[in-house]
Design a binder for this molecule. Structure first.
Ligand code: ATP
Ligand code: MG
Length: 258
């Protein structure tokens, strides 16, 4: 059995966490439900991203921002959810914010072992740490505890082996990695050395042009695939109904579809 097939087989055995719609809604995880108006930006984003990835062949994508709390984790989770709903795609969402992992908090899920245990050598097989969200093609590799020596962990042989195996996944898999902010420490820069390209999350009204320029400069030679303007409330495609909430008549539009 080749490596891609054997890792793919392990994914078939990943346990599912049952998150009912109301629980996802409470946590503003809207990307799974294309009938929810709030998922529209993530659906647009997933299509733009996959168009680029189909052209470039990039597989391991980081999401980062200049400063903390820009919405990296929120965007990663919703984008991963939206991507996992695309025909023929499987998504692995990795929490590579090793100092302050927060994907578990975003999902409201607790686990016994996580990526930090693999990196510390307490767990030999990282695929044992994955959970699947409901019956979706979204597999989450969570980080649980605060890892103080995160820079060392990112440079470790175990991390390198993890990335190598992620790269060896079958072609229908893509890997999204939630990273720390660029300005916080060197973890995002170190992580990006192992990944193919990144998306920069820009916090509308807060992230400055200079911060964007400095972040991309610090991350060079890694390639920026584009930016995501998070928390934008303005008239994004108003004429087309790509707004938030129910004020744009999309509920009726979708209701007609079935
Ligand atoms: N577009 C949004 N709409 C509603 N809430 C949001 C949005 N973006 C982020 N949030 C909320 O803002 C808070 C900070 O977002 P998040 O944790 O995603 O930021 P982050 O960039 O990952 O932060 P950190 O740098 O600490 O990792 C969270 O409570 C998140 O749920
Ligand atoms: Mg985060």
């Amino acid at each position: 059995m080749n490596e891609a097939v054997s890792i793919g087989a392990k994914f078939d055995a990943v346990p599912a966490v049952d998150l009912p719609p109301e629980r996802l809604d409470e946590r503003l995880i809207v990307g799974f439900d294309s009938y929810d108006n709030r998922s529209r930006p993530y659906n647009l984003l997933r299509t733009q991203l996959t168009k680029i990835l189909d052209r470039t062949g990039d597989r391991l994508i980081g999401l980062t921002s200049a400063t903390p709390a820009a919405g990296k984790t929120f965007t990663s989770v919703n984008l991963a959810a939206a991507l996992s709903k695309m025909e023929g795609r499987k998504v692995v969402l990795c929490d590579f914010d090793l100092r302050r992992g927060s994907i578990l908090k975003q999902f409201g899920v607790s686990v016994a072992l996580a990526l930090d245990d693999y990196l510390a050598g307490n767990e030999q097989d990282w695929t044992n740490l994955l959970f699947r969200v409901n019956n979706n093609n979204l597999f989450v590799l969570p980080t649980r505890t605060v890892l103080r020596d995160s820079s060392e962990a990112i440079g470790s042989e175990r991390f390198v082996e993890l990335v190598r195996q992620l790269r060896a996944l079958p072609d229908d898999y893509m890997v999204l990695c939630d990273l720390p902010p660029v300005f916080a420490n060197d973890d995002a820069m170190l992580c990006m050395r192992h990944l193919d390209a990144y998306v920069l999350v820009v916090d509308h009204g807060r992230t400055t042009g200079r911060q964007i320029e400095e972040s991309t400069a610090l991350l060079e030679p890694s390639r920026c695939l584009g930016t995501v303007l998070n928390r934008y409330q303005g008239g994004f495609g108003d004429d087309y109904g790509y707004g938030y909430g129910d004020t744009y008549g999309l509920k009726d539009y979708y209701a007609d579809e079935n």
